[in-house]
Design a protein around this ligand. Structure first.
Ligand SMILES: Cc1ncc(COP(=O)(O)O)c(C=O)c1O
Length: 346
């Protein structure tokens, strides 16, 4: 049986998501979940959607969600494609744009899934190192890619590129670009205005800023003509009735999102400066996590000791770059406990 698999599937390592311990006994700062619960309006919308109507298929295009999102974001609802988390949207876009033997490019270090998506597709993947201060090297060295991914804010660094930097880069590339804005709600600006002006697809998720990682909902924003093509590639019912109801209610409650955002940004500032005092180098973050490195001692033992104390952060290592700890901004209490533990460890 295995011999019949496509060789690229057998050859690839496969994306490994961050640990999701089932026993709940951890302070969990490893997968950039929001430490605050979803809006009460989301929970009410899910309750209301629970009923005999679940026997019916959901709206394949998520029309009501798209109308709400269009209104909230000030964009054409027809420019929105719904997905089962933004990972689903990234998969749909890769399947639509990248042929077998094609080329996928991303700056590095960045979201490791981009490489996996290329490998599943049987495409080549080239990573272009960020400059030491997390900017894009110019001139950009790879032309003619079938798809170039840019996470902005980037993971693991949390750093963010402004529209003034993105515009000329996208223009220089010429080819299709996915601007992965999973963390953009924690940043100062976004790139939606590039859609339509350039061959850009923006992807968003409700997992982070809307506290809905457990629901799985994301979306893409692209030229409506491109969205119509992407719809051909997606599963017919890629978003279920409960997630559609939850996502719509979440977008409708912008005051709640802004309130949790403000708390996370305040904690982020405090966390970054405390880590610096403890001897970590921390890149300027516009996301809901920080990237902390050390050059006087290895960080892996720090990650392990934190884990032994039931505090999970993400240890990450990148070829040709080195390693570091990506730490999600938790509640103030969680961050106090993390910092107390780090005081003892380092
Ligand atoms: C850069 C980036 N993009 C996309 C995602 C996927 O988010 P989701 O599939 O939960 O929408 C993540 C998740 O951690 C991420 O870090």
């Amino acid at each position: 049986m295995l011999a019949h698999l496509r060789p690229n599937i057998r050859a690839m390592a496969g994306y490994v998501p961050g640990e999701q311990p089932r026993d709940g006994a951890y302070i969990k700062l490893n997968t950039n979940e929001n430490p605050y619960p979803p809006s009460p309006r989301v929970l009410a919308a899910i309750q209301a959607a629970l009923g005999p109507q679940l026997r019916k298929y959901p709206d394949p295009l998520g029309t009501e969600f798209r109308q709400t999102a269009g209104r909230v974001l000030g964009i054409d609802p027809d420019s929105i494609l719904i997905g089962n988390g933004s990972d689903d949207v990234l998969t749909i876009v890769t399947r639509a744009f990248v042929p077998e033997g094609g080329l996928v490019v991303s700056p590095s270090p960045s979201y490791v899934l981009y490489r996996s998506l290329a490998e599943i597709q049987g495409a080549r993947f080239i990573s272009v190192p960020f400059t030491p201060d997390w900017r894009l090297p110019r001139p950009w060295p790879v032309r003619n890619a079938n798809l170039t991914f840019l996470a902005n804010p980037n993971s693991p660094s949390g750093t963010h590129l402004t529209l003034a930097e993105l515009g000329p880069w996208v223009a220089e590339l010429g080819g299709p670009v996915v601007l992965d804005e999973a963390y953009v709600d924690f940043a100062d600006s976004h790139g939606l205005e590039l859609v339509g002006r350039f061959p850009v697809i923006v992807t968003r998720t409700l997992s982070k800023s809307y506290s809905l990682a457990g629901i799985r909902f994301g979306f893409a924003v692209a030229d409506p003509a491109v969205v119509r093509e992407l719809v051909k590639v997606k599963d017919s019912y890629n978003c279920d009735a409960l997630s559609l109801a939850a996502a719509q209610a979440a977008l409708e409650d912008q005051p709640y999102r802004l309130q949790t955002r403000a708390r996370i940004l305040a904690t982020r500032t405090r966390l970054a400066s405390a880590l610096q005092h403890l001897g970590f180098e921390v890149s300027p973050s516009q996301a809901n996590f920080v990237w902390a490195r050390r050059f006087d001692r290895p960080v892996r033992p720090i990650y392990e000791e934190l884990k032994r104390r039931r505090i999970l952060v993400r240890y990450m290592q990148y070829e040709g770059y080195g390693d570091g700890l990506r730490i999600t901004v938790g509640t103030d209490e969680e961050i106090d406990q993390l910092l107390a533990a780090l005081h003892q460890i380092v």
